[in-house]
Design a protein around this ligand. Structure first.
Ligand code: CAO
Length: 556
């Protein structure tokens, strides 16, 4: 009889991960790979599968406790390899194990490679590759499936291309293997941890060799003897299923949980007090998605009121049959268009916007910019007014910390940022995108010209990564190349201010003695009046105009 204590395996470095479900009770007979408990970090929920077949003697944890790698979970008796019978012992018996039996108790993650090589084999195993962290995007749409059943894929090869409200991104294979099933198709909605494909991965799982007599290869076809694969074990210390990384969640096959939901859905359910057992899943394989939880809540509320939920109380704009008045063509909104609309609306409803206007005299700046055109050509960059604007905004933000803030949603705190990252609105065919230029204050005009051109082009080609659209402190929205004398830009929450730039105009300006033709750049600054008071905004705006009027000040 061998009694083992199963501990939490390597869970991608996550500490204090909460137990949200216990899947077994003492006396349960469990199969190899059968889920024992479910843990949930802030990034993913993960099942801890049994590395052995056997009988559960004691469950050493309870729901709600936090665990880290190496913490004991379950005590179990291994199935006798010869007879496949199980000898039962009580929890008390385990506690009172005599020394000679106690020496048989092993903590799985603490095995050395040597012990593993004697006792375990690496086997090929089918695994599900799931959507990784998508940079906070809740729902992404599959716009391309790059693999088919039977394909041999390399680690890093694209599996699918998904599109969020901000970008399209390729999801690479986290390891090499053979595709056995494709679980998503074009047009499907996905979120973090949604399964993409199943693939057979060589050497993915470590299983115990059943007995000296029984060859592991016979017991588990495709097994690779660990003794011959010390390197593989060395590369993946503590190798035990599940293989989950926060950036590439991998779910095991043979899902046996009654609740099939990702961490974001579970979190939402907890926040709303919804029992997920009562919610029907509409995702692939009845997976629960956020919309299921939301519509469950809506139905409950409707049940109480007997009608449509009024929501925010804003009266909806009624639908009109436009075809009564002439020919029409109804087109579906793109996903990006819908999400951009929702974000802008949310920002506009939540933030009391104030917009202030001014013209900056950029005559000297323009003279300088024109004088640098040949130099710019030699460097292969285009020097537009935008890099100057970014540089001036960075300098004004450094001087006016009151604008480099975000309000926390608790309404209690304000975050002062010690870095200057500035987003720039880019109009693309798919919709508005805002790539972020990091550390603008530390970059020179040539760097900024190169980076803005690159980001704008990749935004238009839909090649931006999610991290390239995050972390902004402030946004510049330039319609200067398009036209208009001024506009009221909507703040890109959770930022608190945005600069609108309109088309440069030559205007007659009074110099005290006569009117002079000056190149005037119309600027508009929208700010969140909850976070910024008018005096601070005015000071920032005046300084900004002053720097653009005399760019030598940017050197100070
Ligand atoms: N006034 C007059 N001309 C201007 C100008 C201004 N304010 N700003 C730029 N220009 C000129 C440039 O100098 C360039 O001319 P030259 O080649 O003669 O120098 C020309 O307009 C084209 O510039 P550009 O658009 O290629 O480059 P940019 O750096 O000015 O702007 C980008 C880049 C990405 C911001 C811009 O292409 C863009 O997408 N703007 C739209 C942003 C938007 O949609 N905002 C609204 C958001 S809210 O709905």
């Amino acid at each position: 009889m061998t009694t083992v204590t199963i501990s939490v395996p390597d869970i991608g470095g996550a500490d204090d991960v909460e137990v949200i479900e216990i899947c077994v009770v003492p006396g349960d007979r469990v199969e190899l790979e059968q889920p024992l408990i479910v843990l949930e970090s802030d990034k993913a929920s993960m099942e801890i599968p049994s590395p052995f077949a056997g009988e559960v003697v004691a469950v050493l944890v309870e729901e709600g406790v936090s665990l880290s790698e190496g913490d004991a979970i379950i005590t179990m008796i291994l199935v006798d390899a010869e007879s496949t019978s199980v000898e039962s012992v009580s929890t008390d018996e385990v506690a009172e194990l005599p020394p000679e039996v106690a020496s048989e108790v092993i903590s799985v993650p603490e095995q050395t490679p040597e012990l593993a090589s004697d006792s375990f084999s690496l086997v090929a195993e089918e695994q599900i590759v799931a959507v990784p962290d998508t940079g906070g995007a809740d729902n992404v749409e599959v716009i391309e499936v790059c693999v088919a059943i039977g394909d041999e894929v390399e680690e890093g090869q694209s599996l699918v291309v998904v599109e969020s409200d901000k970008a399209s991104m390729e999801i690479p294979a986290p390891f090499a293997g053979t595709v056995t099933e494709v679980l998503l198709k074009e047009g499907d909605q996905a979120e973090e941890a949604t399964p993409i494909i199943k693939m057979m991965v060589a050497g993915a799982a470590l299983v115990p060799k059943l007995s000296a007599g029984a060859e592991s290869e016979e017991a588990t076809p495709g097994a690779i003897d660990v003794a011959d694969k010390e390197e593989a074990v060395g590369e993946r210390p503590g190798i035990l299923p599940p293989i989950i990384s926060p950036r590439s969640p991998v779910l095991k096959t043979d899902e046996k949980r009654s609740i099939y939901a990702g961490p974001a859905v579970r979190k939402l359910a907890r926040e709303l007090g919804v029992d997920l057992n009562r919610v029907k899943g509409s995702g692939p394989k009845s997976r629960l998605v956020k919309e299921d939880v939301q519509s469950f809540v809506q139905k409950v509320l409707n049940g109480a009121s007997g009608g449509r939920v009024a929501g925010s109380g804003i009266p909806p704009i009624p639908d009109v049959d436009f075809s009564k008045f002439g020919d029409v063509d109804i087109q579906p909104l793109t996903k990006m268009h819908k999400l951009t609309a929702a974000n802008l609306h949310r920002s506009w409803l939540n933030m009391p916007h104030v917009t202030q206007f001014d013209d900056a005299d950029i005559s000297d700046m323009e003279d300088f910019r024109q004088s640098m055109k040949a130099d710019a050509e030699r460097r292969g960059v285009k020097l537009t007014p935008l890099p100057f604007l970014l540089k001036a905004c960075a300098a004004a933000l450094l001087d006016n910390q009151a604008l480099n803030v975000s309000l926390m949603s608790d309404g209690e705190n304000i975050v002062f940022k010690k870095y200057i990252n500035i987003g720039m609105a880019v109009a693309t065919k798919a919709g508005l995108m805002v790539p972020v230029i990091k550390d603008v204050d530390k970059k020179n005009l040539w760097d900024l010209a190169t980076e803005t051109a690159d980001l704008a082009q990749r935004a238009k080609d839909r090649k931006l990564r999610p991290d390239e659209m995050q972390g902004g402190c402030f946004t510049v929205s330039s319609l200067g190349n398009i036209g208009g004398t001024g506009f009221t830009p909507i703040i890109n929450a959770p930022e608190v201010a945005i600069l609108g730039v309109s088309k440069l105009m030559v205007k007659p300006m009074w110099d005290g003695e006569s009117f002079q033709p000056r190149k005037m750049l119309p600027l508009s600054l929208s700010y969140d009046h909850r976070a910024i008071n008018g005096a601070d905004a005015g000071k920032f705006f005046t300084e900004l105009g002053g720097m653009l009027a005399d760019i030598r000040k940017l050197l100070l």
